[in-house]
Design a binder for this molecule. Structure first.
Ligand code: ATP
Ligand code: MG
Length: 396
């Protein structure tokens, strides 16, 4: 962290050398004051993007129209953004247009919460127009200015409030909370991608319990997937942080028990194919820990071991009562002792089978290979071609 701040100050020094003002701003200042790790640093300046590009050798223009340029400096990168105020808000969404300004205060004023509206100068002076430091001390999330007005501008800020509540384990200040309560329905107007970003962070926060309580009191019923929940939402409150994929799979699994299948609704989240597959797998992993319709060997062969472990720890953390909770050391042992890790390692293929059994291609072949695979995994058959062929002849 110290090295990162020092390097950021070199970037700031360079801007000042050219006659501009520049500060570290936002999450970095907040985390620094909290004594937490700082991973990325945002810099705010009155220098215009086109001039930032001239001053620094290596830049990436990630969002010129919003005033953001990435500056690569030594081994680090910094997002350098020109002081700006947001243009007109339409439909409770972030505006397309921004307006560059020359004073720091206006730039800080457009930020969401007081604890995110702090700036740090090169000489380690803290600039705090909205009592952000006081709110940090009191562990409060408070909107800058009129909360309702700020949420009307950009409804995502309501999700961000509970995301910060969770990640920092803070409380949401009363007026800010009232405004969320009042405007919850407008969250429906925000793009789902932006909501999912915040939701993923929320679920990983140490204050996830309180944050989800507010989520289920206010916004959930206006969001895709969540609005279809039938089970009592108290079921979905958490004691411990969890990753998004496991959490969504748990909801799907519980909803199946109340007679509804939300699987098709996960496409509403616009996730990657990999995440969608992980969610579906986690649902089956939950089912294994509840019913075990397949052997432990087949189970560890079929599913990714990291996913299995995540679900396992979730079940323990949340004290979920399931019928087949196999302990983690047996799971890891079973995984280690598998004779093959993937189907490619089977010492047989379709052609060899057809020739030796003197049969034409057909549906029998697929199910034969499946059966061979399972027999090998479960240790009923050794993975040698001659043994497999003999076994196959007896099982046509
Ligand atoms: P993290 O440590 O999670 O990155 P952060 O505070 O840096 O936290 P970001 O989402 O990276 O959060 O945003 C950077 C800064 O930009 C915030 O601290 C805040 O000042 C401002 N900001 C981001 N999103 C909004 C928004 N929707 N409305 C107003 N200000 C915002
Ligand atoms: Mg950030």
């Amino acid at each position: 962290t110290q090295a990162l701040i020092k390097t950021a100050n070199q970037v700031i020094g360079e801007l000042k050398l050219h006659g501009y003002e520049a500060y570290i701003v936002g999450g970095a200042v907040r985390n620094l004051l909290l004594g937490e790790e700082v991973n990325d640093i945002d810099i705010t300046t009155d220098c215009l993007p086109k001039n930032i590009i001239k001053i620094f050798d290596k830049t990436v223009p990630v969002g010129i129209e919003h005033g953001t340029v990435i500056v690569l400096w030594q081994d680090f990168q910094f997002e350098v953004t020109t002081f700006r105020v947001d243009g007109e808000y339409i439909d409770h969404r972030r505006p397309e247009q921004v307006q560059f300004v020359t004073d720091l205060k206006s730039d800080l004023e457009r930020r969401d919460f007081t604890i995110n509206a702090l700036a740090l100068s090169e000489t380690y002076e803290i600039i705090d127009y909205f009592d952000g430091q006081k709110d940090l001390k009191n562990k409060e999330i408070r909107a800058v200015g009129n909360a309702a007005h700020r949420f009307e501008e950009d409804a995502l800020r309501m999700m961000r409030a509970i995301r910060f509540q969770s990640v920092l384990n803070f409380n949401i200040e009363t007026n800010t909370l009232h405004a969320i309560d009042k405007l919850a329905a407008t969250i429906a107007l925000v793009s789902i991608e932006r909501i999912v970003v915040e939701l993923k962070k929320l679920l990983m926060g140490k204050g996830v319990h309180q944050a989800l309580q507010i989520f289920y009191k206010t916004m959930y019923c206006y969001l895709p997937f969540f609005r279809d929940i039938k089970e009592n939402t108290a079921t979905y409150q958490l004691h411990s942080p969890v990753n998004f994929v496991v959490y969504i799979a748990y909801i799907i699994y519980c909803e199946l028990k109340v007679g509804q299948d939300l699987t098709s609704k996960i496409s509403d989240f616009k996730l990657s194919n990999q995440e969608k597959k992980q969610i579906k797998d986690c649902v089956l992993i939950f089912d294994f820990f509840n019913h075990s319709e397949i052997s432990l060997k087949a189970f560890v062969y079929r599913f990714d071991i990291d996913l299995i472990q995540s679900v396992y720890h979730f079940i323990l953390n949340e004290k979920i009562v399931f019928n087949n909770i196999v302990d983690i050391s047996s799971i890891l042992n079973a995984k280690q002792q598998l004779p093959i890790q993937t189907r490619d390692e089977l010492q047989i293929d379709g052609n060899v089978l057809m020739t030796n059994l003197d049969k034409k291609p057909g549906p029998w072949l697929k199910s034969m290979i499946n059966n061979i695979e399972l027999a090998v995994i479960e240790g009923r058959l050794s993975n040698r071609q001659e043994n497999i062929l003999e076994w196959a002849k007896n099982h046509v």
